[in-house]
Design a protein around this ligand. Structure first.
Ligand SMILES: Cc1cc2nc3c(=O)[nH]c(=O)nc-3n(C[C@H](O)[C@H](O)[C@H](O)COP(=O)(O)OP(=O)(O)OC[C@H]3O[C@@H](n4cnc5c(N)ncnc54)[C@H](O)[C@@H]3O)c2cc1C
Length: 414
């Protein structure tokens, strides 16, 4: 494992940090106030787009940087240290950029052109439904459970009907990747297919934006498909392969989600560190009080440990064979817990100011609390780690009841 950062990684991290400090952090409270899709602040994202941040994992010949997962984690931490919602905005493109080599030509051209030339090209990934959240993430692999939005063949078209729930970029997206059930008599692993659905397709509509406690500048809405007819080539997986594609996307998203957790936590830690030097109580800067110094020490220890383990997992994801998704669950869950503990410790070190609604740390606490749900809950991911461990042990003993619940090793990458 080689975790020495390259000159290109260091340079891009520096440029992203500069953009986040100058443009995103000062706009954090504006992003926090986003109410409707029409108010989305496109102009804040322009400099990041010019830096090439949307195209990081795209192959170089298509205008990207061929960035490995370590580079993606470095960049997303810097963005989230500026503002979590802006980090979500850029990170969302990466799942689609990674898929580009596997996409049918029509959709590939749409994605590559959109990323390079169209500020309003925004992708979204739609799996969750009102009755199917954790059942997709686990998955609960039984007929009629998990995502049931239906897709049926009608001559030269696919016809999609159903509702997706809490979809990030819902309302501003121009292209949805939709997990749909093509065979309801099978479980979701074999009965679902992934489709690309342009938002302009007749029959596509979105609900109002959800109002959330944190990451408020990242819009979520329900997406409704009614008799939505798309060409056959908009099926972006073979029939029945949709769940595996979705799972691969979630594995990479878990890793970058962990990077976002670190950005939020670091921002709170840095603010608390400055404050501990400047704030005087009991006749000395508060860091001279041992309890405060101990808090600062623990925050730094959690951050450094989470970052080391994240970069190791990111490197394994991109460069080592036999990567298993449980590594992505581990870093995502741990980093979300770190973000919650570090932001809350920071808030307490600011005393009464820490809970004032115009204080930056108050927003960071709210943002951190939203980080335990994306791609499945912390509870579910932790349970899956335990199940996987026990299944491996059972299989090693030749236990005939061992049942695989996760993707096979080596097939987890997009
Ligand atoms: C900010 C945000 C952005 C999102 N963006 C997207 C997106 O872009 N695309 C998308 O498709 N979805 C998105 N989601 C949805 C997200 O993936 C789901 O919220 C998540 O999978 C959990 O599903 P749920 O909310 O329906 O909770 P439920 O599945 O109803 O779970 C409720 C509780 O029960 C527990 N639980 C459920 N099943 C089990 C079980 N078998 N064993 C033990 N405990 C269990 C859970 O841990 C949880 O505590 C987003 C959600 C949020 C909050």
């Amino acid at each position: 494992m080689d975790l020495e950062l390259t000159a290109e990684q260091l340079e891009l991290r520096e440029a992203t940090r500069d953009y986040a400090d100058r443009v995103l952090r000062p706009a954090a409270s504006r992003l926090d106030g986003l109410d409707t899709a029409a108010d989305f602040p496109w102009e804040l994202m322009r400099e990041g787009t010019a830096l090439g941040l949307k195209a990081l994992p795209l192959p170089r010949e298509l205008g990207g940087r061929d960035a490995d997962m370590v580079m993606q984690c470095l960049v997303v931490e810097e963005l989230a240290a500026g503002d979590l919602s802006a980090a979500y905005f850029f990170r969302h493109y990466w799942r689609f950029a990674r898929l580009v080599p596997r996409l049918p030509a029509a959709i590939r051209d749409m994605v590559v052109h959109g990323i390079a030339h169209d500020e309003r090209f925004v992708p979204a990934s739609a799996s969750t439904e009102p009755q199917a959240g954790s059942d997709n993430a686990l998955p609960y692999d039984a007929p009629h459970h998990g995502a049931t939005l239906s897709a049926r063949r009608d001559g030269t078209l696919w016809v999609l009907d159903g509702r997706k729930s809490m979809i990030t970029n819902g309302g501003i997206a121009s292209l949805y990747f939709v997990l749909a059930r093509t065979d309801p008599t099978l479980g979701i692993r074999a009965g679902a297919t992934m489709f690309a659905v342009p938002a302009s397709t007749p029959g596509v509509s979105t609900g109002p934006l959800y109002r959330k406690m944190g990451q408020r500048g990242s819009p979520q809405a329900d997406v409704i498909l009614e008799n939505c007819r798309i060409p056959l080539e908009y099926a972006i997986t073979e029939p029945g392969d949709g769940y595996a594609a979705s799972e691969r996307g979630l594995t990479s998203a878990n890793i970058t989600n962990a990077g976002m957790c670190l950005g939020v936590a670091r921002s709170a830690y840095e603010a608390a560190l400055d404050w501990s030097v400047d704030r005087v109580q009991g006749g000395k800067p508060i860091f001279r009080h041992q309890l405060v110094a101990q808090d600062l020490g623990r925050m730094q220890m959690l951050l450094a440990t989470a970052r080391s383990s994240l970069h190791a997992v990111a490197w394994e994801y991109s460069h080592s064979r036999g990567f298993h998704p449980q590594r992505s669950w581990q870093v995502r869950v741990f980093a979300a817990e770190v973000a919650i503990e570090v932001t809350q410790k920071a808030m307490l070190l600011f005393g009464g100011r820490g809970i004032m609604s115009d204080h930056p740390v108050e927003k960071l606490v709210r943002d951190a609390l939203t980080l335990t749900h994306g791609n499945g809950t912390n509870a579910l991911m932790t349970m899956k780690i335990g199940t996987h461990q026990a299944e491996e042990r059972a299989a090693g003993r030749g236990h005939d009841g061992a049942r695989r619940s996760t993707a096979a090793e080596g097939s987890a990458r997009s």
